[in-house]
Design a protein around this ligand. Structure first.
Ligand SMILES: NC(=O)c1ccc[n+]([C@@H]2O[C@H](COP(=O)([O-])OP(=O)(O)OC[C@H]3O[C@@H](n4cnc5c(N)ncnc54)[C@H](OP(=O)(O)O)[C@@H]3O)[C@@H](O)[C@H]2O)c1
Length: 227
């Protein structure tokens, strides 16, 4: 791969942030987003305004917002060799019959529609040898009662990744669904408030694993984090 240009959605904290940091260190240009300007400013400051980092506020659950984010990235970088669909929201943990419709709709909009929008808008600009990584979850691989829309969206992400991999085989674009497993982030703390975060691996471990997958040119498919 000659050029190294990545889009990482949801880079303001957690796994996305670790990935942004790691990619920059390894010489990639990176374009990222979140819904909050102040968090993106904080990210930039923490990383000491590195060269090659671009960021934009957007809401990936809204089609036009997702489109303008991708267009922004393309204007800055000119192309993409790596797309990481990382941004997601948890929603509620409730039985289906009690699950609020508006929360369901928002989770599906962000976690599933958002992945579709960003991927669709990036694809015309991705060539042979590039990669798409979609952050999935154990809740998208085995039934996880009371995980509601989150679980349904992640089953969707798994399926989307596998069908996309088939469609892109001929073009030489690899597609991974990656289940990061329990990781020390805000989302995990919200899902398991009584858990001690110190017992969990840090997000940079996931970033490291993801980079390893790419460097080894692993075949397209569904992967679980391994130490
Ligand atoms: N942590 C775990 O244990 C774990 C386990 C399994 C799977 N995962 C998956 O790994 C990925 C990263 O999770 P994480 O734990 O790092 O989550 P996190 O700490 O909650 O970070 C999520 C990131 O996505 C952004 N985001 C959320 N909704 C967005 C939207 N509508 N538009 C744009 N950006 C948005 C957030 O910023 P704003 O809120 O400011 O928008 C934030 O930067 C997710 O796909 C998650 O489902 C995580």
């Amino acid at each position: 791969m000659e050029k190294k240009r990545a889009i990482v959605t949801g880079g303001s904290r957690g796994i996305g942030k670790a990935l942004v940091e790691r990619l920059l260190k390894e010489g990639w240009e990176v374009c990222t987003c979140s819904r909050k300007e102040e968090d993106l400013t904080k990210l930039e400051e923490e990383l000491r305004r590195p060269r090659g980092l671009y960021r934009k506020v957007c809401n990936l659950g809204e089609r036009e917002s997702a489109k303008s984010f991708v267009m922004f990235c393309l204007e800055r970088m000119g192309g993409i060799e790596l797309l990481v669909n990382n941004a997601a929201i948890l929603g509620e943990r409730l039985p289906i019959e009690e699950y609020p419709e508006e929360v369901w709709e928002e989770v599906i909009r962000v976690n599933l529609n958002g992945v579709f929008y960003v991927t669709k808008y990036c694809l015309p600009h991705m060539g042979e040898g590039s990669f798409i990584v979609n952050l999935s979850s154990g809740a998208g691989k085995r039934p996880a009662p009371y995980w509601g829309a989150y679980a349904a969206s992640k089953f969707g992400v798994e399926g989307f990744s596998l069908l996309l991999a088939e469609e892109l085989k001929e073009r030489g674009i690899r597609v991974y669904a990656l289940n990061p497993g329990a990781t020390r982030t805000q989302m995990r703390a919200k899902a398991y408030p009584s858990e001690d975060p110190k017992t969990l691996k840090t997000p940079d471990k996931v970033a490291e694993f993801l980079l390893k997958l790419i460097k080894s040119k692993a075949p397209s498919g569904s992967y679980d984090f391994r130490d």
